[in-house]
Every structure is written in C-alpha cells, then in structure tokens.
Design a binder for this molecule. Structure first.
Ligand code: CS2
Ligand code: MG
Length: 402
C-alpha cells in the first residue's frame, strides 16, 4: 500500500478543529486529530510545509518508522506544535491499519480488557449552590464521575465556570480574554464546594477537581489535605506542569490522589512523576502526545509504577481524538478514567462517530479503524475563526498560570 495524498482540513463547528486525512492507492483512508487549541494554524503550516511532502509514496503500514522519522528525524524534537502534527499522521495511519485488518483498533492493541470505559463529565456554577445543582443534573443523566468547578466570590470569570465553562470559540475570543486569580480566596473557598456537594449528593459519586496549574507546591499540599474528608477521585494540575519535582512536596503531605499531564507532549515530561510514583493518574491524550504509538508507551510505562490513565478529553480534543483514546482506554490494563465534556451537536454532525455513551460509560464501538470520520462537505460550511485561550492575572496585574 502507498500513501497517495494527505489533506489537512480546518473547520470550526462551534470551535476550531484541525484534521489530517491520509489517502492510499488501495482506496482506504484514515483520519487523525491535530488540533492545538488557540494555535491551530501553526500545526497546519507544520504539516503542509514540513511533514506531508516527506510522506507521499510511503507505505502507511510502517507506522513505527514513520513516527520515528517525524520525531527523531526532525532533530528539533518535542513541543505541542510538532507533537500535534505527528499525532494527526499517526492516528490516521492506525485508522488505516485497523481498517485494512478489518478490525476495530482496540483489537490490534491487544483486545478489550473491560466492557466499558468509565468517563467523567463537568459540572460548574458561578457559585456553590449552582454547582451543587449542576452535579444533580449530571447524576440524573447517568454520569458516575463528575468534575466540579465553581466561581469564587470576588473573582470574575474563573476558569471552567460561568459564561466560559463550555470551550467553544466565543466571538470575544478573537483576542485573549483576561481572567483574574487569587490563590488565598480560592484556597478558602474550594473545600466548601466539596463539603456542599457531598452533603447534597452523598458518597457514591466520584468527584474530581481541576486547579489548572495555579498553585505552588505548598499551596497544593494544603489544598490536598483540606479536601481529604471529601474523598476526591483526583485533584488535577495543582502546580505548573514543568515542575515535576514539586510533586514530591505535595505527595508528602496529602493522600488526595493527584493527576497531571494534559499539557505534556512526550513521555519524558512525565518520567520522574511516574518513576517516583508522585502521581496517581497521567492525563496525556492522543492528540497532544504525538499519537497512538507514543500513548501506548506512556500507558505501559505508567503501569510499571501503578499509575493509571485519565486521558484529557475536553471539547477541544475532536471526536477523532476521543475515539482514538477510547480504543486505548478499552485495552489499557491500567486504565483509570476518561474525560468527556461532551460536544455541540454541530461538532457531532461534522465528525460521524462510532463511539457511544451509556449510563456514564463510553465505548469505542465495533467499526473498523478507530470509528470516527469527517464529513468534508459539512466541515467546509464552518470556516476557521481565530480564537485564543484566555490569559490569567493576579489581582495586582501579575501574569499568572492559566
Ligand atoms: C481542562 C481543559 O479539561 C480540562 O481538564 O483543563 O478544559 C483545558 O483548559 C483545555 O483543553 C485547553 O485547551
Ligand atoms: Mg484540566
């Protein structure tokens, strides 16, 4: 088999997506997600100018060699733009291989280790009462695990809450919005949220929380300790992800399980965290990690240290990325949970998907390949819109982690 053509499709059905489509001389094609939220066109240029010309005529079955060629061969390794581009290619190649084998992708990975994939969804509110109600609504929909985020008195527009809770491209995102942060206000308020949610909804629901890299290690340690009575499934992204050693201090002080890694893009970003068992869940995901090939390695490496998986799955990971993650989730012996924030209906129309959601669990489906496609005609009706993630400042104006 030979690769005859590779297209990069950019569309914005409510938010921007970059999709790679690889065509072959045998009529089989595969698709992969290459979306990097807020930096989409940088990945498009990387693919069109530097990757695609090298792959025309190659055998699409040589997934490992093509991955090494694009990663090692580039000399300039790592980084989100590079790894999202490689991921788009790698995911499309696995899609082709599984279609050629006449199997759903999870069978090629080693088969299913479980019947269904537990997922967590999001509940948020501008205040605690609203968030408690939102948790109730998600429980009514059948979800078993719920990430809770609340606005904080005195701080407008806190991440994951209010108007900006859904990660769509709002009209006012054409330039970066500015949010405001205060760690003291947050640390005093966050435990009250979980006290209220447990009081209202009991012990059975798994509760998660995301701090979006905004704390220092000692602040994270304090928060983890304060949340212990509420038995969280995980506390996510407490400190800046670059500071792997910072987790040593957090770990010494709290038994709240820790998750990190949505901004990592290679196994080396998480090596120390896993080797020293400083985390419980690794949040890396197919699109940002460079594809299915390296994600399988991350999952295996994590399993050596008792670390479980918790793939990032916000709406800016396209349904293709979710589909690919779900095949890995179904296979991985050390699977933990899959994030699922859901999609706008127009996104699901553009990306016809074989995966299903039932009673708080996902399944990748039995379609050959990874089971997600793109409707190119429909995608063309939603042109790209420039959109940024927000930036974050402390109350005195200092630029802070977002
Ligand atoms: C978040 C994301 O899902 C999460 O845990 O941290 O919403 C993240 O902010 C976005 O994916 C950024 O693109
Ligand atoms: Mg997060």
């Amino acid at each position: 088999m030979k690769i005859t053509d590779i297209k990069v499709i950019v569309c914005s059905p409510g938010r921007n997506f970059v999709t790679v489509k690889i065509m072959t001389d045998e009529g089989l094609y595969g698709v992969g997600d290459a979306t990097l939220n807020g930096r989409e066109l940088a990945v498009v240029a990387y693919l069109e100018e530097h990757v695609i010309p090298c792959l025309i005529g190659r055998d699409p079955h040589q997934i490992e060699d093509i991955w090494q060629y694009l990663y090692r061969g580039a000399y300039w390794r790592r980084g989100p733009v590079t790894m999202c581009a490689i991921s788009g290619i790698d995911t499309a190649l696995w899609d082709i291989k599984a279609k050629a084998a006449g199997m759903p992708l999870y069978q090629l990975l080693g088969g299913a280790s479980r019947d269904k994939v537990l997922c967590y969804t999001h509940a948020q509110g501008t205040d605690i009462a609203e968030c408690v109600d939102a948790v109730g609504a998600k429980l009514d929909q059948g979800f078993k695990a719920i990430r809770c985020q609340t606005g904080i008195p005195g701080l407008p527009n806190v991440y994951g809450t209010g108007k900006y809770a859904v990660t769509t491209n709002a009209a006012d995102d054409a330039m970066p919005r500015e949010e405001m942060w205060s760690t003291p206000k947050y640390l005093n308020y966050a435990p009250k949220l979980f006290e209220a949610v447990r009081n209202a909804h009991g012990e059975d629901v798994h509760l998660l929380h995301d701090t979006h890299h905004r704390l220092t290690p000692i602040e994270a340690a304090r928060l983890g300790k304060a949340l212990e009575p509420y038995n969280l499934f995980w506390l996510e992204d407490t400190v800046a992800a670059e500071l792997q050693e910072g987790f040593r201090l957090i770990r010494q002080h709290t038994t709240t399980p820790l998750a990190v890694g949505e901004v990592f893009n290679t196994i080396w970003d998480a090596r120390l965290l896993m080797e020293e068992q400083l985390i419980d869940y690794i949040r890396m995901t197919v699109v940002h990690a460079g594809g299915i090939t390296p994600m399988r390695r991350v999952m295996d490496f994590a399993s050596v240290y008792g670390v479980r998986t918790g793939c990032h799955g916000a709406m800016d990971m396209s349904p293709i990325c979710l589909g690919a993650n779900l095949h890995l989730d179904l296979w991985a012996p050390n699977f933990g949970i899959q994030e699922f924030s859901g999609y706008l209906p127009e996104i699901l129309d553009v990306f016809p998907s074989a995966w299903t959601l039932n009673d708080g669990n996902l399944h990748p489906g039995e379609a050959h390949g990874h089971g997600v496609d793109i409707d190119e005609d429909l995608a063309a009706k939603y042109p790209y819109q420039r959109a940024y993630l927000p930036v974050n400042r402390l109350e005195d104006g200092t630029l802070w982690h977002w």
